[in-house]
Design a binder for this molecule. Structure first.
Ligand SMILES: Cc1ncc(COP(=O)(O)O)c(C=O)c1O
Length: 356
């Protein structure tokens, strides 16, 4: 199958760029003795996760239990759920999953830890836990330092839990455009995670894993002494959000669209709007004919200003880089793996919509 035979809107991944990104991350971190545990929320595809595993990643990171279940059933054995799993329905599933795979879950609350411990004991399984530390993002997580040790001490009295280490995520620093400023802020933020791990060890706890970082911060975080692995994910396919100073990965993911209307000179409409991109502003960027601008996304229409380029023809194809890949991918059932204009493979996005 060739590109011009693909119906639109469709999600494409450039296989050369994808493979380059995966090996670049692996090579970079292997040389400095750090592990890669890629976040799969960006591609949600077992096939891509297994490519990453074959390239030497130690496992995957997921945001949701449903994603973790999909990854486990595709053969991935080492899974970190970098999020809290709360309530009997989910905890029961978590404990069931822990019987099949090596699953770790982030905790930041003794009540939640106890809920997991009791369920694990009842089902005869052991669940790995990492303490989530708030490194300044102000999302989930206990405060660095004493609170981390205090939670570890409480968990030490609970059965069927295995404390594997700590995790943080400096999400508030991903968007800083200046590399110099990002570097300064990441060192401070991730420094708090590493110090918390040291404190845990001084208090007699095992702290094998110190896990952190996204695509825009991993290059800095991974060089900080004491960090053992990075959870970056978007580097795999990239997008416009992550394309900032110091990030070298190639944009592999595009949405292929068709021009469905050319109402007047200088304006065109494509068949992809919010339901094909999930982006609001900044809008997607064209892969070619870069003078063309998206001016609006309504539900099923992409509005284009073509005044700086030769007018588009009805039925012409346009490819766009989404602003934020994870939310775009979540809209599609499959992705076309492209080698140039040839479709080499089609992959199911099996964890799409797995938000439970
Ligand atoms: C906990 C956690 N780790 C890692 C990542 C990966 O970040 P990125 O997709 O920027 O590489 C995210 C992204 O939201 C995250 O929430």
């Amino acid at each position: 199958m060739e590109k011009n035979e693909i119906d639109t809107p469709a999600l494409l991944v450039d296989l050369d760029a994808l493979e380059w990104n995966i090996s670049e991350m692996r090579d970079d971190l292997t040389t400095i003795g750090r592990h890669v545990r890629p976040h799969i929320k960006v591609h949600k595809s077992p096939a891509i996760a297994n490519m990453q595993a074959r390239s030497g990643c130690i496992g995957v990171t997921c945001a949701k239990l449903g994603e973790a279940e999909v990854m486990a059933s595709s053969g991935i054995r080492n899974i970190l759920i970098a999020n809290q799993i709360v309530g009997p329905v989910k905890v029961d599933r978590l404990v069931g999953l822990a019987r099949q795979s090596d699953v770790m879950v982030a905790v930041d609350n003794a009540e939640n830890a106890l809920e997991i411990s009791k369920a694990a004991a009842a089902r005869g399984s052991t669940v790995g836990v990492v303490i989530e530390v708030d490194v300044g993002f102000k999302r989930a997580g206990v405060q660095p330092g004493e609170s981390v040790s205090s939670l570890a001490k409480k968990m030490a009295r609970m059965e069927n839990l295995r404390l594997a280490g700590v995790m943080g995520y400096e999400g508030h620093l991903q968007g800083i455009a200046s590399l110099e400023e990002r570097t300064r802020m990441v060192q401070k933020s991730v420094g708090q995670l590493v110090d918390s791990a040291k404190q845990l060890r001084r208090d007699g706890f095992e702290c094998e894993i110190v896990s952190t970082a996204g695509t825009n911060t991993y290059g800095i975080a991974s060089r900080i002494d004491g960090v053992t692995e990075v959870q970056a994910g978007s580097y795999t396919v990239m997008d416009n959000f992550h394309a900032v100073e110091g990030v070298k990965f190639r944009k592999a993911l595009t949405v292929l669209t068709t021009v469905t209307s050319t109402p007047e000179p200088g304006r065109a409409i494509v068949d992809a709007g919010l339901k094909a991109f999930a982006d609001t502003t900044p809008f997607p960027l064209p892969k070619e004919r870069i003078g063309i601008r998206v001016t609006e996304l309504s539900e099923e229409h992409g509005h284009l200003d073509t005044s700086r380029e030769k007018d588009l023809r009805l039925g012409e194809r346009m490819e766009f880089y989404p602003f934020y890949a994870p939310t775009t991918v979540n809209l599609y059932e499959k992705v076309y793996g492209m080698r140039g204009d040839h479709v080499e493979v089609q992959w199911q996005i099996a964890a799409r919509g797995r938000s439970q």
